[in-house]
Design a binder for this molecule. Structure first.
Ligand code: ATP
Length: 220
């Protein structure tokens, strides 16, 4: 069930990931989603212990330093350390639960690249996620974006919950939208490999992030 609100609500974007390292394929889509949805803020929430993949190569302080360097000068972009401060696997359902949900609180928009969305049925208590937030799915190069490539459970989710972008702010949670962000074929995997091989990663991420990688010899 979609819970609706009489007054349009300011919304907060929740952008989880390993950010190992953060790059323009994260930053530009986050900015476009912020603008399209009129989000009050976008919270970048680096995963402490990612439940579905290997531990990140960069340490927590290194990933936080790179994120600070990347987003601190962007109004509305916020680094949120709640998952790296929490013991145990970083389940998104716990993260969303940790935001207060009183009548005056801002609705949450969980931002997921299409690849992450396809993996959703493997996430801990994934069916609770739409009760806690809107789902905002961004296109990502290399993956189809149609319902054909989705498992049955996700097709049903889309059918039941998809709405127009402007409708999200009238509901507290439970909507689902696709946002056709600018397509940047950049991945952290490729960046780590290129750094290790001594190739330049300039123009894939902010220079300040590259400086930290070089100074601290990350991914070498
Ligand atoms: P890795 O290559 O290590 O898997 P990644 O580049 O995919 O990392 P993550 O930190 O795992 O980055 O991703 C966090 C979120 O950002 C996910 O929802 C993912 O879909 C999204 N994302 C990452 N890269 C892009 C991109 N180039 N375009 C759009 N979304 C992206």
């Amino acid at each position: 069930m979609l819970s609706s609100s009489l007054v349009p609500l300011l919304m907060i974007g929740i952008y989880g990931g390993t950010f190992d390292p953060v790059h323009y394929g994260h930053l530009r889509p986050a900015l476009e989603v912020q603008q399209w949805l009129g989000l009050e803020e976008v919270r970048f929430i680096p995963s402490g212990q990612p439940p579905h993949r290997d531990m990140p190569q960069a340490s927590v302080p290194q990933r936080l330093a790179m994120l600070h360097a990347a987003i601190d000068d962007q109004p509305g972009f916020v680094l949120d350390e709640r998952e790296v401060s929490r013991a145990g696997p970083s389940y998104m359902v716990d993260t969303l639960d940790s935001f207060s949900r009183g009548p005056g609180s801002a609705p949450l928009c969980l931002i997921l690249g299409f690849d992450a969305f396809l993996g959703l049925p493997g996430w801990h208590q994934w069916q609770r996620l739409p009760e806690l937030a809107h789902l905002v799915i961004t296109h990502r190069p290399g993956g189809g974006h149609g319902t054909d490539s989705m498992p049955e459970a996700l097709r049903e989710l889309v059918e039941a919950r998809q709405m127009a972008l402007h409708e999200l702010k009238n509901h507290r949670a439970g909507g689902l939208v696709f946002v056709p962000v600018t397509q940047l074929d950049i991945s952290a995997t490729k960046i780590r490999r290129w750094v290790q091989e001594g190739e330049s990663v300039r123009y894939l991420m902010p220079d300040r992030v590259i400086q930290i990688i070089q100074q601290q010899h990350i991914y070498r």
